[in-house]
Write a protein that binds this ligand. Structure first.
Ligand code: NAD
Length: 271
């Protein structure tokens, strides 16, 4: 099969640089475009040199039309408004759109769903095998343990992260809610402060810690009467998410337009 032609948006960002490197290192694909905002200070620079690989002869551009001209797949770890704008372009062109951007609200998720009528969209708050397997285990544990077990999700990330709870914490919350057959938005409690009253049975709580250089740590705590179970994951290298995104793009090549998750890519949907 010919190499998958990939463009990276947000190519100057922490994840963008990882994505450029992952594409350069993966034999099944080649980088044909790199985009970032003029404010990023990276436009005009060689995408490879920025990412710490040998020079690729491909400059970062501020114009997605230029970067997408030859692309079959877009890797997008940027910001919610940018992701919605790119979804319009990927739908128009029937491209693969791998979305790692977190902090997407209901309107932004609806825009991705709309785009998926024509684009192959793979969206996940976490592209790692470990976290997606953890989500499957959390769903099973929540179903097995019943509502008398309190569920709390604790996450920690580096000081630059702008959204909370993390996309991964929400993904794990959705898994717990699915196991209990409830809607997360009706049961979730985001942080506590002051006189909160006693904990409501059946709630799913979230706590977010921010600091230092932590790449991503998550623990799902099931607290019962006199005992506690903790299921957790620690990301040790951002390259993990980038490799997952590249694997998602390659997987999506043979699919029909639609909205997919990493559980589909990793074959965990029925676990
Ligand atoms: P970052 O701030 O380092 O990088 C974001 C990049 O996007 C910047 O270079 C910025 O200039 C660029 N950008 C923003 N708007 C743009 C636009 N309109 N057009 C082009 N580029 C634009 O942030 P980061 O740490 O790389 O994280 C990016 C996103 O990825 C966040 O939402 C983060 O939570 C998410 N993330 C997801 C996973 C996952 O596995 N799903 C893993 C890590 C991070």
């Amino acid at each position: 099969m010919t190499e998958l032609r990939v463009a990276v948006v947000g190519a100057g960002g922490r994840m963008g640089r990882m994505l450029v490197r992952a594409v350069a290192e993966e034999r099944g694909c080649s980088l044909v475009g790199a985009v970032d905002r003029p404010e990023s200070g990276t436009v005009g620079q060689d995408a490879g040199l920025l990412a710490g690989t040998p020079e690729l002869g491909l400059a970062v551009t501020a114009d997605p039309e230029v970067a997408f001209a030859r692309a079959e797949a877009i890797l997008d770890f940027t910001a919610p408004a940018a992701t919605v704008a790119y979804a319009r372009l990927t739908a128009e062109r029937g491209l693969i759109h791998v979305v790692g951007t977190t902090g997407l609200g209901p309107g932004e998720l609806a825009a991705l769903r709309e785009a998926s009528a024509r684009a192959r969209v793979v969206q996940s708050g976490n592209m790692s095998l470990g976290v997606n397997l953890l989500a499957a285990l959390v769903r099973k544990a929540a179903a097995a343990l019943g509502p008398e077990w309190d569920i709390e999700i604790v996450e920690m990330h580096h000081r630059h992260k702008v959204d909370a709870p993390s996309g991964t914490a929400l993904l794990l919350g959705e898994a717990a809610a699915a196991g209990r057959e409830v809607a997360l938005h009706e049961r979730s409690v985001r942080g506590r402060d002051g006189h909160t009253g006693a904990r409501r049975a059946g709630d799913i709580g979230f706590a977010s810690l921010r600091g230092g250089t932590v790449i991503g740590e998550h623990a799902v705590v099931f607290a019962g009467a006199g005992e506690r179970i903790e299921l957790g994951h620690r990301a040790e290298d951002r390259a993990l998410f980038a490799r997952g995104a590249v694997a998602a793009a390659l997987w999506a090549r043979d699919r029909s337009p639609g909205l997919y998750g990493m559980a589909d890519v990793l074959g965990l949907a029925d676990v």
